[in-house]
Every structure is written in C-alpha cells, then in structure tokens.
Design a protein around this ligand. Sequence first.
Ligand SMILES: *[C@@H]1O[C@H](CO)[C@@H](O)[C@H](O)[C@H]1NC(C)=O
Ligand SMILES: *[C@@H]1O[C@H](CO)[C@@H](O)[C@H](O)[C@H]1NC(C)=O
Ligand SMILES: *[C@@H]1O[C@H](CO)[C@@H](O)[C@H](O)[C@H]1NC(C)=O
Length: 433
Amino acid sequence: MSTALLRLIALLFLLPPPLRHYLSPASGGRASQLNVKHPIILLPGFSCSNLEARLTDEYAPSQPRCGALKGQGWFPLWNDTWAIVNHDYLPCFEEQMSLVFDPILDDYRNIPGVETRVPDFGSTHGITSKNDAGRNEFCLIKLRDELEALGYRDRDTLFGAPYDLRHAPPPPGQPSRVYSDYFARLVELVEHASDKNGGKPAILLGHSFGGRVLLDFVTSTPLPWRQRFIKHLFLVSPTTPTGFMLALTNLASGSSVVQLPTVSSLALRSMWRTFASSLLSMPAPRVFGRRPLVITKERNYSAYDYPDFLAALGFSANGIVPFVKRVLPTMVRIDAPMVPTTYINGVGVQTAEQVMYLDGNFDVATETVYGDGDGTINAASILAFAKEVGTQHRRNNDIPFKFVKIPNATHAGIVIEKHPLARVMAELLEANS
Ligand SMILES: *[C@@H]1O[C@H](CO)[C@@H](O)[C@H](O)[C@H]1NC(C)=O
Ligand SMILES: *[C@@H]1O[C@H](CO)[C@@H](O)[C@H](O)[C@H]1NC(C)=O
Ligand SMILES: *[C@@H]1O[C@H](CO)[C@@H](O)[C@H](O)[C@H]1NC(C)=O
C-alpha cells in the first residue's frame, strides 16, 4: 500500500462524516478522487519567508566589513540564521534588516543603499525554517508534505505566498509600497492558480502572521473578485486584529519570533522595533479594555495607553506617528472576509495576560500573570474575533463561518503535532470536497 494511501486512511478517522463517506472505500471512493479539486495557496507564519538583499553604491556601512557584499548582487539576508552567527555578520544583519519610517514618503523603507526582495514567490518550497536545529515544521512544512502526499504539486496545484516579515498590511488609505506590490502579486497568483486548474476558485490558508496578512488581503479585494476566485479561507491561529499580550513583551524586551541561535532577543530588540510588523498586534482596547496589561513601579499601561507605553520604551515622538496613523485604525474595526471561512485555533494553553517590569527597565519581565489562550494569542482575543466575524457573516446572507477550537493545541503545535494537524487537514479536505 502506498504511503499516500496510508496517510489518507489515517486521516479518514478524523474526517467529518460527509467526506468520510465520500472517501471511504465502501462507497466506491478512490484516493484519486481526492486529487486536487481546488488549488491551495499557503501563507506561512512570521519567520518563514526568506528575504534577500542587494547593496548598492549608496550604502554607507557603519563598519567597513558590512559593505563586503556591495555590488555583489542578491544574497540571502534572512534565510540561514546560523550563517549570520558563524560569519559574525550580526551587526551588519541588524543594519541591513532595519526599516525606517520616512515621513516624506509616509511609508516604511530600507536604509539607503539596501534593496530587498522576497524570493520564490509562488512556491511552497521557498518557505523554510531559518534554523536547522528545530521548529522546522512550524513553517507549514508538515502540512505541505501531507498535501503533496495526497497529490498536490508545487506551483501546479499548491502555491506559496511568502511575504516580507518586516512590513505590515496598512489600513485603508495608508501607503505601503511593499504591500501594494505584494497584494497585486497575490491577486495574480490566485488568478493564475485558478486558471491552471480549470477555472476553479482557490483555497487560501494562512497560519499565524500569515493568517493576518491573508485576512487583510482578502478584505482589500473587490467582493465580486473574492466570490469568483476564493473557494474557502482558512485562518489557522491567525494573529488577529484583536491583538495579544506577546506583542507588548516583544516590543519591550525583543522578539520571540525573529531569533538567531546564540543571540538574545534583547540584542535584536532595536532592530525589531524598526519593523512595521512589531507594532501591529498589540491588544485592542475593544477586547482588553482598561485592565492593566503592563505594570511598572511608576505606572500601569492598559490598551488605551500605547502612545505613553511606546514613549516609556524610548520611542521618539516621530516614532509613535506610524503607530497612530497605521495601527490604531486597525484596532477599532474588524472587516470580516465575506467568503466561506474556517477559523481554527488552539485554546486551554497557558498564555501571558499581564506582565510586570519592576526593575526599572523593560529588559526582563519580573513577573507574568497567565490566562487562557494558545500560548501566544489570548483566549479573549480569539473569542472576540470569532464572534465578530461570525456576526458579520450571519448578517450577510449567512456566509459560512466555522470556528474550530482545538483544546491544548499551541500556536505553533497546531500545524506540527499529529492530532491538531490531522484536524486542520480534515477541515481543509472538507472544504475541498
Ligand atoms: C537557505 O538556507 C538553507 C538552509 O537552511 C540552504 O539550504 C539554502 O541553500 C539557503 N538558500 C540560499 C539562497 O542561500
Ligand atoms: C497597577 O495595577 C496593579 C494591579 O492591578 C495595582 O495593584 C497597582 O496599584 C497599579 N499601580 C498603579 C501605579 O496604578
Ligand atoms: C489538555 O491538557 C490538560 C493538562 O495537561 C489535560 O488535563 C486535558 O485532559 C487535556 N485536554 C484534552 C482535550 O486533551
């Protein structure tokens, strides 16, 4: 028996009845029937997309060695994190990865002389772990393997849409050169995937930050286009617009998602804070209210106090502008996707809910209070997002919306571990039937 068939049989036990019936040998179903009904496009989590850089004459390196690759063409800047450490490239990496908010452009850009691009757009094989030592499968690699075992093929029926992790989808009306370009390419990719597959609309799946990018992409497209080209949307543990505590601790002490082996998060903190994406997912006032989220000796900060919180972290008045213009508007409203959607998230995992910095700095939390969630996203945020999207879909001709809570599935584990992954696959195959 082929491995593909064995996998399929293993999956059958977790499938909802209609599909199980459809696929079960007793009903005359064959594995080949499963083969590719609708093309699938994957958007992975935060650290998974690669980034390449090119240094031009305009680049004035802070240290001579950072200019070594000047004029040498494209090279991988964010790909193999061990290479950065082993080549002692860390200060250069930080400088070349950093963004600047340019008040004249009213947009984020690279520092002068650094050009960047995301390679392998369209493929799921350009989505890689940055560190061979572990967390390999976080980047939808197992999910991709499952789909390939069922007959899906890269760039034919299965596609990847890697993105520049440093940028964030802007609210309507705010310019983002990077996102204008990315969304235009994603429109083309969805249309291409559909064309290549007999005009069938595509299934779009995003995990973690990829889910947020996907949500904002879908709501940026005209409704008739969505209805024509999107069969189903899957948001798997998306970093929702309702926000989560970890976004605050990442800003305070350095990111838990952009990491280099042997380098502390704190060492990368100043680079992290230049990213548009670092400001995006703070807990939204509408969900977290006035309860203190960050506690210091001098004062407490709730979801209503972000400008003060950012100032306390050391952001200049100009540094707070992009938060006010580009992030605040995204916190006050949620636009539901208005296409059939399945929202899958873990719950029942210990998740930070309040942090204290009582040492007079933000380098290390002195105490953390935990509550429910998926280890990253707070349960209150997950439930509020589900409720809001569900309500909007119901009011609009009852557009299908399914909310699947998986007990004990962690933010990353949901696409790695056997049981939650099987559930995600089952939902995906049901939408594909
Ligand atoms: C990216 O890193 C992987 C190892 O994680 C390596 O196999 C691959 O060749 C790298 N890509 C480039 C363009 O260097
Ligand atoms: C901050 O919040 C904590 C916990 O709710 C409370 O005990 C403390 O008095 C507050 N501190 C200030 C300065 O408001
Ligand atoms: C979730 O984990 C807790 C603690 O380990 C355990 O008691 C509970 O049975 C688990 N629930 C499920 C549905 O697996």
